[in-house]
Ligand binder design. Structure first.
Ligand code: PRP
Length: 176
């Protein structure tokens, strides 16, 4: 058993898009302090690049770790927090940074959870949007790339914890 990888997004293409997102985000939040909230583990690579593409004087960074269980096309997923936010978010503008949005259960859960922290605003920035697979309605404010299908790895995304370190994004082609 093995797998073959097919390149979908080169490091150069990713870098270009991340710069554009950084510019858009900088314009939207100009004059306001911003908290970037990354969802572990997958988003740490995207977040690291994105934060350096943001040109604002006041940016704070925090992480939350969410685990999902029982996800399938037929059953609703359950999401659990295994590491919560540490920065105070009350009255802050929060931009959630996510690597991939699939069913949307993770972000829908987080949206509700963040209400308890009473931020001034919550927006979502995701690197890859698999909109066709959405199970719950979700508005994404910034999207890097729309890729409808395929098992994707690299740039933080894993397959059984492998391939997160690859600088591009690849589709896993399973071999029998
Ligand atoms: C992935 C991804 C999102 C979630 C998206 O995380 O990083 O958090 O799944 O799926 P959803 O829209 O269907 O909820 P994963 O559980 O693979 O954890 P990881 O980030 O630690 O790899």
């Amino acid at each position: 058993m093995g797998e073959e990888l097919r390149l979908l997004l080169s490091p150069e293409r990713i870098a270009e898009r991340v710069k554009e997102l950084g510019r858009e985000i900088s314009q939207l939040y100009r004059g306001r302090p911003l908290v970037l909230l990354g969802i572990l583990k997958g988003a740490f690579v995207f977040l690291a690049d994105l934060m350096r593409a943001i040109d604002l004087p006041e940016v704070q960074v925090d992480f939350i770790r969410l685990k999902s269980y029982g996800f399938s096309d037929t059953s609703a997923g359950e999401v659990q927090i295994t590491k919560d936010v540490e920065l105070p978010l009350r009255g802050k503008d929060v931009l959630v940074v996510e690597d991939i949005v699939d069913t949307g259960y993770t972000l829908a859960f987080l949206r509700e959870h963040l209400r308890t922290h009473e931020p001034a605003s919550v927006r979502f920035c995701c690197f890859i949007d698999k909109a066709e697979r959405r199970k719950v309605p979700l508005e994404l404010d910034f999207v890097g790339f729309k890729i409808p299908r395929g098992f994707l790895v690299g740039y933080g995304l894993d397959y059984a914890e492998r391939y997160r370190h690859l600088p591009g994004v690849y589709e896993v082609l399973l071999q029998k």
